[in-house]
Design a protein around this ligand. Structure first.
Ligand SMILES: Nc1ncnc2c1ncn2[C@@H]1O[C@H](COP(=O)(O)OP(=O)(O)OP(=O)(O)O)[C@@H](O)[C@H]1O
Length: 308
């Protein structure tokens, strides 16, 4: 039997005065997976996540998290989820270790707080008041507080924004371990490599709607073309090459001796280009297939212009 989605959002609408921040959004998160929610600034990611967490009320649509209504059944839901907020909710004079221990005590089976602080590189700042922690340390403490209670589901809003490369990797490792323990994670991020590294499922939001969803591989494979590049002697007869290639392919010499072939790039096209080169006495010094990255897909879907 297929498990119910851990998060199920249908036709969600949220308005702030005249502005519609979320505009009929659908989102489904399967149990035990990491879902990355991507989108340009102002797309509605934080609003959606905060509605799932029960911090905001939807204007329309249905939201179920672990089968519960996040607002009406908040008391039942809160102990089962972990939330990493971008900021706020913290007494600035409290010491880091105290805050983490306090949060751990609210849960029946918390993680070991010493282990968690070491893992996240916070071992040396347990006695430091929150307001004196660096931005990156505050960020890691927020992550620790979100996961210390062994939640079934954790929401991470831009978990690695502003972190140095070591801290980013420590965060990624922790998220992978959580998943290995069966925890479901929903994260928002602006880092495409983070989504590629961590996510089983990616949802791209734009203008308050989900404009694409799938695994990183599915999103990169779908739709547009890939590129095959090779180098050889300059001035090859590309019209002749095109007759050997399947319909819809295109070829161009992008610089003297550098060639780009686009279209449905698969084993057949690679073999065709290689055999055409052999027939014409061309030794390709380099031949490479370039797949679209998640960033390419993201920019194709959401545009390259900066938004107001
Ligand atoms: N409390 C609020 N009052 C009024 N407008 C708001 C409020 N919160 C968000 N908005 C607006 O709603 C829209 C969506 O904001 P949201 O923070 O959900 O986007 P986001 O995708 O998380 O953006 P970012 O990547 O910049 O964090 C934006 O236009 C934002 O200005």
């Amino acid at each position: 039997m297929r498990e119910e989605p851990v998060v199920q959002v249908r036709k969600l609408v949220k308005r702030y005065g005249p502005r519609t921040a979320v505009d009929g959004l659908d989102l489904s998160v399967a149990a035990g997976t990491v879902t990355a929610v991507l989108g340009p600034n102002g797309a509605g990611k934080t609003t959606t996540v905060e509605i799932c967490e029960g911090y905001r009320r939807p204007d329309a649509g249905t939201v179920r998290v672990l089968g519960l209504d996040p607002v009406a059944q908040a008391a039942a839901l809160r102990p089962r989820i972990g939330v990493m907020l971008q900021s706020g909710g913290v007494y600035p004079g409290a010491r880091a270790a105290e805050m983490l221990r306090h949060t751990a005590k609210l849960h029946a089976h918390p993680l070991d707080t010493d282990m968690l602080t070491e893992r996240l590189g916070l071992g040396g700042c347990g006695r430091t008041p929150y307001r004196r922690l660096s931005g990156g340390q505050q960020q890691r403490l927020a992550l620790a507080m979100a996961v210390v209670g062994r939640p079934e589901l954790v929401f991470l809003d831009e978990p690695t924004a502003g972190l140095d490369p070591q801290a980013r990797r420590a965060t990624w490792d922790l998220v992978r371990e959580l998943r290995a323990d069966g925890v479901t994670a929903v994260l928002t991020t602006h880092f495409m490599d983070e989504a590629e590294q961590l996510a089983d499922h990616v949802v791209i939001i734009d203008g308050g709607r989900a404009v694409a969803a799938g695994s990183p591989e599915e999103l990169c494979r779908g739709g547009a073309e890939d590129t095959l590049r090779f180098t050889g002697r300059p001035g090859l007869d590309l019209a002749a090459l095109l007759t050997a290639l399947p319909a819809g392919a295109a070829a161009a010499e992008t610089a003297p001796g550098s060639y780009r072939v686009t279209g449905k790039v698969g084993p057949q096209m690679l073999a065709t280009v290689a055999s055409w080169c052999a027939q014409h006495g061309v030794m390709p010094d380099r031949i490479a297939v370039e797949r679209r990255t998640l960033e390419d897909v993201f920019l194709e879907l959401t545009g390259k212009e900066l938004r107001a």
